[in-house]
Design a protein around this ligand. Structure first.
Ligand SMILES: [Zn+2]
Length: 148
């Protein structure tokens, strides 16, 4: 049976067995969990971090962003939790799933390179290498054009 809305429950630890239609939120562990709303019974864990999910609580209802795509489950459910209501989203194609994963990785790389200076330095080096590569190509083309 499909779940139409989720009831939130603030907990210290996410329980081992989840109840249908309940969104468990552990602020201590920055994690939320619920059972896939399609009724398949799979446990969906959504870490609350700047690069994973953002959780909004307005005192009555919960909103999770971005959408939840259960690509690793057979059901491949894709939905939004907005004001504790389930809004079904379209199924993604293989391409969109891969693109989404890639965007996640880029988002994470950007986030962690801000944190990690070493990553910044190597990104800067990479830029320099490409810049050099470009300018070499430019000169070669120029030489070719003028027959040097
Ligand atoms: Zn499911």
């Amino acid at each position: 049976m499909k779940t139409k809305s989720l009831r939130h429950s603030f907990v210290k630890y996410i329980p081992e067995t989840l109840e249908d239609g309940v969104l468990y939120i552990s602020i201590d562990y920055c994690t939320a969990a619920h059972k896939c709303v399609c009724g398949c019974g799979n446990k969906v864990i959504t870490p609350i971090t700047p690069t994973d999910w953002e959780l909004t609580f307005n005192g009555e209802a919960i909103t999770l962003s971005p959408s939840i795509g259960n690509w690793s489950f057979d059901c491949q459910s894709h939905y939004w939790v907005k004001n504790s209501e389930i809004q079904w989203a379209g199924k993604w194609s293989r391409y969109e799933i891969d693109e989404g994963r890639r965007n996640d990785q880029i988002k994470k790389q950007i986030h962690f390179s801000k944190v990690d200076n070493l990553a910044d330095v190597s990104a800067e080096n990479e830029k320099n290498i490409t810049r050099q590569g470009h300018s070499q190509g430019f000169w070669r083309k120029l030489f070719q054009r003028f027959g040097f």
